[in-house]
Design a protein around this ligand. Structure first.
Ligand SMILES: [Zn+2]
Ligand SMILES: [Zn+2]
Ligand SMILES: [Zn+2]
Length: 342
């Protein structure tokens, strides 16, 4: 479909997640006011004595952070997963009340010792250190025999529930492949079986040909608003090469990922003149021992903001009970992010 004059309600198919998204562009035909309600940006501290992630500070669990100068990773003091719960599987009601133990690990990765920074205002070389640390975590956790999936993510901003502004992300490694990557595993496998090709390589080719939803790119990566995006300014970060995971990156690709993350987060911050909140994370080859030739490395950015620094989108009503819905089209969102340069 190349008919983007669809200014009427329609639905779009997300072949990666295997679901439909309702788009209602007629609701946004009012001209854009360009309103940006700036949030109160307090002067940022480079070091906060109260922050449990700053170098040299003592965490709630009593451990003291080293005086780290680059990245720093540790096991989450309040981990949602533990490495050694008793192995148990129970059925309390004819297969209707099932439960089983889940082994795993939760780690925290500080991106930088400076409390005031974000990915958007770190240097690309500093973000390369973060990419290297993510790669090491993915390899090390994924090599554990009981770990089948490693989820790297970042919650940014109080709106997304991030309790601490210090630049950091999380890594949750689990015994089972969680629902989102499991759904993407099924769609990528099915696409490969049917077309003998990669779903995301083919998607990237079509997106580059149409050039309607591209936000920014470099030699190694492309960031775009997918045709089927759910969140208003959702983006997908795709490697140009068909690579399954970060451990397959060469140095140019590590640098390319760092660069695209900086380009993209800078645009987000400029869009509503605020430190843009989001959840972002990478979907990589499951670490279950298979080679996964179908899997294409990618990152998702799910930002909640809709119209300004304070007006967010809610996933309620029809979206909880029916299907996801959006007003601003992915084409318009991409255009606005492309323009958010200075
Ligand atoms: Zn801090
Ligand atoms: Zn591919
Ligand atoms: Zn994904």
């Amino acid at each position: 479909m190349n008919d983007l004059n669809m200014q009427f309600p329609h639905r779009r198919f997300d072949p990666l997640r295997g679901r439909w998204v309702l788009v209602s562009p007629h609701r946004t035909q009012r001209p854009w006011q360009g309103e940006v309600s700036r949030t109160d940006n307090k002067p940022a501290l480079h070091y906060d004595p109260e922050c449990y992630l700053c170098p040299g500070n003592t965490r709630a669990g009593g451990e003291k952070n080293p005086a780290y100068t680059s990245v720093f990773a540790f096991v989450n003091d309040y981990a949602a997963l533990l490495p050694d719960p008793p192995a148990k599987k129970i059925d309390l009601g004819n297969g209707l009340l099932l439960a089983e133990s889940e082994r795993g690990l939760c780690r925290v990765l500080c991106f930088h010792p400076d409390h005031s920074l974000t990915l958007a205002n770190m240097e690309v070389d500093e973000i390369v250190r973060v990419v290297e640390a993510w790669t090491a975590e993915y390899k090390e956790l994924g090599a554990r025999p009981e770990i089948r999936h490693v989820q790297i993510f970042e919650n940014r901003g109080a709106m997304m529930g991030a309790s601490n502004p210090h630049p950091h992300g999380q890594i949750w490694a689990t015994e089972h492949i969680p629902d989102e990557p499991a759904a993407e595993l099924a769609t990528q496998l099915a696409y490969r079986a049917k077309h003998n090709a990669c779903l995301l390589c083919d998607t990237l080719r079509v997106e580059l040909e149409q050039a309607q939803r591209i936000v920014c790119e470099n030699d190694e990566f492309v960031a775009l608003v997918p045709f089927w995006a759910v969140w208003p300014f959702e983006t997908l970060v795709l490697s140009r090469a068909h690579l399954p995971s970060m451990d397959a990156f060469n140095q140019a690709q590590q640098h390319g990922l760092a660069d695209i993350l900086k380009q993209l987060t800078m645009r987000y911050d400029r869009l509503f003149a605020t430190s843009f909140p989001y959840t972002m994370g990478f979907h990589q080859r499951p670490t279950d021992g298979d080679t996964h030739p179908e899997w294409h490395f990618h990152g998702h950015f799910y930002p909640p903001l809709l119209r300004s620094a304070t007006v967010r989108k809610f996933m309620v009503g029809f979206e909880m009970l029916g299907m996801p819905q959006r007003d601003i089209t992915p084409e318009t969102a991409a255009e606005r992010l492309r323009a958010a340069t200075g």
